[in-house]
Ligand binder design. Structure first.
Ligand code: HEC
Ligand code: HEC
Length: 344
């Protein structure tokens, strides 16, 4: 293990006192790297997307996926008939809503920015603070979320589903279950649909060995992404979505993003002081298509988001060339909108 690897592996939470050391190590790493080495290193940190995100708990049989798709786009299940999942997760906007913070039923504001539903099922938890265990849990609880669907309680929703003629579809989607219309199955049906929303991108072809699938600027960006330590937090299939980290290791993030005060993140959920300002590291798949950025939607420009990540998470002043190549790399994570991601 060389010096660089030692520091890269050291826990980022035990953050280094200043950015200088990081810069020095990064320069060394860049000088050492060559094209096949980049691929080799990338393969230790990232994996291509799977064909489906189905699990043993929630497989993706066609009837269940079809039901989930109908439910995803059905506004009638919300309190006033104006909101569906699509309201804040639009196919045309790569699965989010383009707003800093979403607006739910009866114009109720949400506290945070809507992440994309594309590839979301890869993440170890859902929501910025990890407050939802899975996409299934997320969908189930959205039904009675005051700022999303706004329904008073689950019995009201079940009655609505029955009155809208969904009973047959639920029976087909959950064969053998006596009482198949229930909140968990609403969550499972939508979750099953979400587990099909995978968006393979040029970066996946690159990881599979096709070096030509990434333009040279994106390859340089990938090299930088690994060398400066972005990949300490953003790694795996989703390039994130597998850990919580403090936002603002090297300074108050809200000052840097021009907000007056900071959302305390996971702390509000756990009351553990170590969780203050900790958020789920978001996956970066399709990130070039999902501005505005961060949990508060405070930053519109991807280059600016990247610069702030360098500053706040790594104590680094990235130069314009590094930022530009990092953005080129992030662009290689954009995939096509899956065909089934459209109203049935
Ligand atoms: C009013 C807008 C709104 C509606 C309606 C809505 N969402 Fe969301 N969604 C959000 C916001 C905002 C978040 C982030 C919440 C947070 O982290 O505090 C989110 C988070 C998520 C996440 C977690 C993504 C991640 O990366 O953590 C998933 C998955 C998701 N929504 C799916 C759905 C589904 C499925 C429905 C319908 C059942 C739905 N949403 C309805 C706004 C909405
Ligand atoms: C110490 C962990 C860590 C490191 C290192 C790190 N990030 Fe992040 N990144 C995060 C967290 C946590 C967030 C979510 C911040 C928030 O609450 O909005 C994030 C958010 C982002 C976002 C915004 C995503 C979105 O959908 O809003 C981008 C883009 C990003 N990071 C890119 C990078 C790049 C490029 C680097 C390297 C220069 C990097 N990150 C380094 C933890 C990290």
């Amino acid at each position: 293990m060389n010096l660089f690897q030692y520091f890269r592996n050291a826990k980022i939470r035990q953050a280094l006192p200043h950015g200088l050391l990081w810069s020095a190590l990064a320069v060394t790493a860049l000088a050492q790297a060559d094209a096949p080495a980049v691929l080799d290193q990338a393969r230790t940190l990232f994996q291509p997307l799977p064909d489906t995100m189905a699990t043993a708990d929630n497989p993706t049989p066609p009837d269940r996926v079809a039901l989930g798709r109908r439910l995803f786009f059905d506004k009638r299940l919300s309190l006033d008939g104006t909101v569906s999942c699509e309201t804040c997760h639009l196919p045309g906007l790569h699965g989010m809503d383009g707003q800093p913070k979403s607006i739910g039923v009866q114009h109720r504001p949400n506290a945070r920015n809507a992440p994309t539903v594309l590839n979301a099922a890869l993440q170890f938890k859902a929501h910025w603070d990890g407050g939802r265990d899975s996409v299934e849990d997320q969908a189930t609880r959205a039904l009675i979320g005051p700022a999303s669907f706004g329904n008073p309680d689950y019995p009201a929703v079940i009655a609505k589903l029955k009155s809208l003629g969904y009973e047959d579809d639920f029976r087909k989607a959950f064969p053998g279950e006596a009482d198949s219309i229930k909140p968990e199955n609403w969550g499972k049906a939508i979750g099953s649909y979400e587990r099909t929303l995978v968006t393979p991108a040029p970066f996946d072809d690159f990881l599979k060995g096709n070096a030509n699938s990434l333009p040279s600027e994106a390859q340089r960006g990938l090299k930088t992404f690994m060398a400066v330590g972005c990949s300490n937090c953003h790694n795996g299939m989703a390039l994130g979505g597998n850990a919580f980290q403090k936002f603002g290791i090297f300074g108050d993030y809200w000052t840097a993003t021009g907000q007056s005060a900071g959302d305390e993140g996971r702390f509000a959920l756990t009351q553990d002081p170590n969780d203050r300002y900790r958020f789920k590291v978001p996956g970066l798949r399709n990130v070039a298509k999902t501005p505005p950025y961060f949990h508060d939607g405070s930053i519109d420009d991807l280059g600016q988001a990247v610069r702030l990540m360098g500053k706040l998470q790594l104590g680094l002043d990235l130069n314009p060339d590094q930022v530009q190549s990092l953005v080129a790399f992030l662009n290689s994570l954009t995939g096509a909108i899956p065909k089934p991601f459209a109203a049935p």
